[in-house]
Design a protein around this ligand. Structure first.
Ligand SMILES: O=P(O)(O)OC[C@H]1O[C@H](OP(=O)(O)OP(=O)(O)O)[C@H](O)[C@@H]1O
Ligand SMILES: Nc1ncnc2[nH]cnc12
Length: 177
């Protein structure tokens, strides 16, 4: 967590637009609902802008978005920084050859899949999602990418807003892409 983003006045505005719903989808879960953020064009744009400002010009060629809420925040970030968008999807949604990674959620189990060949050896990637709870989904995404061409280097988490970006430096060229 970096100091400059804590101090950015846009952060507080973004935080106020995220609705917290107690006991959804089951007792004990404090659900962070980003649909209310999406209803406010300024707060939504501020959210995207914060990430674009942070990652533009960093030689990132891949934005990998985690289904489903990473599909909301990932594409506008990808377009703005000039990167391609790669969806990390729930099972049996992608029609081509895939690699899969299972993981445990706050309220269940799930699996992510990525198309083989969507990312080339040597590319630099950003993983985008709306929130970390247990971290299982993010770990699965990183394992998915890591099992293909990447070596994990750093995770960057905004912490004060429930949008997460994991940054992966791909330096292992162990596949045929
Ligand atoms: O840190 P974790 O414990 O792994 O939880 C975080 C994940 O849970 C939510 O997605 P969910 O699996 O509910 O899927 P959805 O976006 O399709 O609703 C959220 O969007 C993250 O992807
Ligand atoms: N607390 C939470 N709020 C929103 N989405 C979630 N996914 C897992 N835990 C969550």
């Amino acid at each position: 967590m970096s100091a400059y983003r804590d101090e950015d006045p846009r952060i507080q505005g973004i935080k106020t637009k995220i609705r917290v719903v107690p006991n959804f989808p089951k007792p004990g879960i404090m659900f962070q609902d980003i649909t209310t953020l999406l209803l406010d064009p300024k707060a939504f744009k501020d959210t995207i802008d914060l990430f674009v400002e942070r990652y533009k010009g960093k030689n990132i060629s891949v934005v990998a978005g985690i289904e489903a809420r990473g599909f909301i925040f990932g594409p506008p970030i990808a377009l703005a920084i000039g990167a391609k968008f790669v969806p990390l999807r729930k099972p049996r949604k992608l029609p081509g050859e895939v690699i899969s990674e299972e993981y445990i959620l706050e309220y269940g189990r799930d699996c992510l899949e990525m198309h083989v060949g969507a990312v080339e050896p040597g590319e630099r990637a950003l993983v985008v999602d709306d929130l970390i709870a247990t971290g299982g989904t993010l770990c699965a995404a990183m394992n998915l990418l890591g099992s293909w061409t990447f070596k994990r280097q750093a995770i960057v988490c905004t912490c004060r807003v429930p949008i997460i970006v994991a940054e992966l430096q791909m330096i292992q060229l162990a596949c045929n892409g």
